[in-house]
Ligand binder design. Structure first.
Ligand SMILES: [Zn+2]
Length: 312
C-alpha cells in the first residue's frame, strides 16, 4: 500500500473528502514502518524457541467481512502476542473516556492520536474472534513497544504492558514462564492458516478499497515532482509549468496510476480519457510505450500488466 497511497493522494483534488483519512493512513504506515524496522532488530536478537513463528503485517478478515491488521504477531508455545510498535515523540498521555492519546511535542504543539492501548485491545478481540471462527481456542495478549527511547509516558493504563524497544527481550523472557498453550505442530498449523487467509487480502485497486469513484480523480499526465498537470510540448516531451521540469515519456506513470487506483486493465478509450490525450492514436502510442501487454482484437483490445514477449 505504501506505493499506492501517494499516487491516490496525487490524483485526488486537495479538498476531496477522503484526503484527511488517506493522509493519516499514509502517515501511520510510514511511522509504523520506521518504528517497526528498528524494533525488529530486538526481536531478531532474541533467542526464541525453534517452534516460534513471527508474522508481520498480518491482514485477516472475520467471517462478517470485517478486516483488521496486526503489525507483528508472535506465536510461541507459551503465548500468542500482538506487538504494536509506535514511534512517538515528546510526552504522551493516555486519556480515558473516550480513550485517546494526547501527544505534546517539545515545541508545545499538542496532537490527539488514536489510543494504541484500545487499538491493541480491539486487535486482541478481533484475533480471538478469528481464531474462534477457525475452530481454535486461543486468547492473544498484547505488547506496546515505543521505538523512541525518549518518549515520556503519562497515565499509562494499569496492567497493560508498554516497553521501550530495548526492553523487548526482558519482557519476552517473562512470558516464557507462562504455561504451555500450543504444541509446535499447532503453531505450524495456525501460521499456515493465517498465511493462507492473508493472501486473499489485497487493497488494490485503491479506489474500490476507499469507495472513490474514478470520476472524482484528477485526469491528465502529472509531474512526478510536484503532481501538477503537465503541458504537452510534443509527443515525447511534456513540461511542468510549475516546477519547470521536463517530463520525458510520462505515460507509463499515468497508466500505472490507473492500474493501482482504478482497475487492473485499461482500454484505449479509458487511457485517452484518464490521461487527457487528444485522440485514440495518442492513447495507442501511450499504451505502446507502457509496460502493459496487449490482449484481444480491434475494438475489444485492452491492456494488462504482465511480461512483454518482446517480439511484437
Ligand atoms: Zn512539477
Amino acid at each position: 500500500m505504501l506505493d499506492g497511497l501517494p499516487r491516490l493522494l496525487a490524483r485526488l483534488p486537495l479538498n476531496h473528502r477522503k484526503v484527511p483519512e488517506i493522509k493519516s493512513q499514509l502517515y501511520r504506515i510510514n511511522m509504523g514502518y520506521s518504528g517497526e524496522c528498528n524494533a525488529d532488530q530486538y526481536l531478531e536478537r532474541y533467542q526464541f524457541s525453534k517452534s516460534t513463528q513471527i508474522l508481520t503485517n498480518v491482514h485477516l478478515r472475520t467471517s462478517s467481512g470485517f478486516t483488521f491488521e496486526v503489525d507483528t504477531l508472535i506465536l510461541s508455545e507459551k503465548f500468542v502476542l500482538i506487538v504494536e510498535v509506535k514511534n512517538l515523540k515528546g510526552i504522551i498521555r493516555f486519556v480515558q473516556n473516550p480513550p485517546h492519546l494526547r501527544q505534546v511535542l517539545e515545541t508545545g504543539e499538542e496532537t490527539i492520536l488514536n489510543c494504541p492501548y484500545s487499538q491493541i485491545e480491539t486487535n486482541k478481540s478481533n484475533l480471538n474472534e478469528w481464531f474462534r471462527q477457525q475452530g481454535i481456542q486461543l486468547k492473544s495478549i498484547g505488547l506496546l513497544v515505543l521505538s523512541n527511547p525518549n518518549t515520556i509516558v503519562k497515565e499509562a493504563p494499569p496492567f497493560f504492558p508498554i516497553v521501550y524497544k530495548k526492553q523487548i527481550p526482558h519482557h519476552l523472557q517473562k512470558l516464557e514462564s507462562y504455561e504451555t498453550i500450543l504444541k509446535p505442530s499447532q503453531i505450524h498449523e495456525i501460521s499456515r492458516k493465517i498465511l493462507a487467509n492473508q493472501a486473499s487480502f489485497n487493497p488494490y485497486p485503491l479506489c474500490s478499497y476507499y469507495s472513490i469513484d474514478v470520476k472524482e480523480l484528477r485526469r491528465g499526465l502529472l509531474c512526478r515532482y510536484c503532481n501538477n498537470l503537465l503541458n504537452r510540448k510534443n509527443r515525447e516531451t511534456w513540461l511542468c509549468t510549475i516546477c519547470g521540469k521536463v517530463a520525458e515519456d510520462p505515460y507509463n506513470e499515468g497508466i500505472s496510476d490507473w492500474i493501482k487506483l482504478v482497475k487492473n486493465t485499461i482500454t484505449n478509450e479509458e487511457c485517452k480519457v484518464f490521461l487527457g490525450l487528444k485522440d485514440s492514436n495518442a492513447a495507442r502510442y501511450a499504451l505502446s510505450k507502457s509496460s502493459l501487454i496487449k490482449k484481444g482484437k480491434s475494438t475489444a483490445t485492452f491492456y494488462i500488466p504482465g511480461v512483454k514477449s518482446g517480439n511484437k
